[in-house]
Design a protein around this ligand. Structure first.
Ligand code: ATP
Ligand code: MG
Length: 287
């Protein structure tokens, strides 16, 4: 059975999409897991990050939720590595304009859970398709789509940077998760699957004080290592290719495989741990 994991943080620009796309690629390309990414953000960054473009035609997450298109019809294979089982269901700009039309987010989230979680069980006649992990990328700001992601997920991953506004954002996402858990209708079983620190900058004042505070606050869920601020990571986003597929032996790709290993170990996802067996760097491994 797939583990459904929401990646959430109300604060914008902390690296939710960077983590969603690169972790998904590491789980699929590195650890051999079957991974599906759902793009719940009207910015469609995860879609572009995994497909290179946002498709203007064809089924999307919105058609699944609005028009009852089967989830299996909306999955697109990312195609970077034919053997890597990495699929994405594209987001749409319409997700953003739809949100203010919906008054009762909790009821909508419950309805969407029904559609999505039952939609993953299907059989094409030859094979029963199954995923090991479903990662959900969410938009900044708490809203319908973050609420839906937390309602349908088994667990969630928080992404934060080592600075004050991120630290306050951590309190907000924890509060939203607590409310979701405390409402028996919504998701009483929701757990924190991981805490990831992104974009460590040596030149920033006191990054290590924040880092240690996060490690102390989330001793079990903290996933090592913190992700450095590497230009290769933003370059890969610009090119629309996750670092795993852009340069498998780069230091950037290795970081995300280590995180994938940490998550795999923590949740027993069944992937083959890879980072122990690959060299730290090989010639030509630069992004
Ligand atoms: N570790 C990193 N090193 C270098 N650049 C990074 C890193 N992490 C993220 N970035 C860049 O920072 C920007 C913001 O990252 P990203 O889009 O992943 O954040 P986000 O939390 O998804 O934003 P939003 O809240 O808008 O959805 C992007 O341009 C991304 O390429
Ligand atoms: Mg994003």
């Amino acid at each position: 059975m797939a583990r459904w994991i929401a990646i959430g943080m109300q604060k914008g620009g902390v690296g939710k999409t960077t983590l969603a796309t690169n972790l998904a690629a590491a789980l699929a390309g590195g650890l051999g897991l079957r991974v599906l990414v759902l793009d719940f953000d009207g910015q469609r960054n995860a879609t572009v990050g995994l497909l290179g473009i946002a498709p203007e035609q064809g089924p999307t997450i919105e058609s699944v939720l609005r028009e009852a298109v089967p989830l299996s019809d909306a999955m697109i294979h990312t195609g970077f590595a034919p053997r890597a089982e990495l699929y994405v269901v594209p987001g749409t700009r319409g997700l953003t304009s739809w949100e203010p039309e919906i008054r009762d987010w909790n009821s909508a989230a419950l309805r969407f859970r029904e559609v999505l979680r039952s939609g993953l069980r299907w059989d094409d006649g030859a094979n029963e398709h199954a995923f090991d992990v479903v990662l959900i990328d969410t938009p900044p700001a708490g809203g319908l789509w973050l609420q839906t992601a937390l309602t349908i997920a088994d667990g969630y991953i928080v992404v934060a940077q080592c600075e004050r506004y991120s630290a306050e954002g951590v309190q907000m996402i924890q509060e939203t998760a607590r409310r979701t858990r405390e409402d028996a209708r919504l998701n009483p079983d929701l757990v924190l699957d991981g805490f990831v620190v992104n974009a460590m900058k040596a030149r920033r004042a006191n990054p290590h004080a924040f880092l240690e505070a996060y490690r102390a606050a989330f001793p079990d869920a903290f996933l090592e290592p913190p992700i450095p601020d590497f230009s290769g990571i933003s370059d890969a986003a610009t090119n629309g290719v996750p670092v795993e597929f852009a340069a498998r032996w780069s230091k950037e790709a290795r970081i995300f495989r280590q995180l994938a290993d940490a998550l795999n170990d923590r949740l027993a996802l069944g992937g083959v741990n890879t980072t122990d067996h690959v060299p730290a760097a090989v010639p030509g491994g630069k992004l």
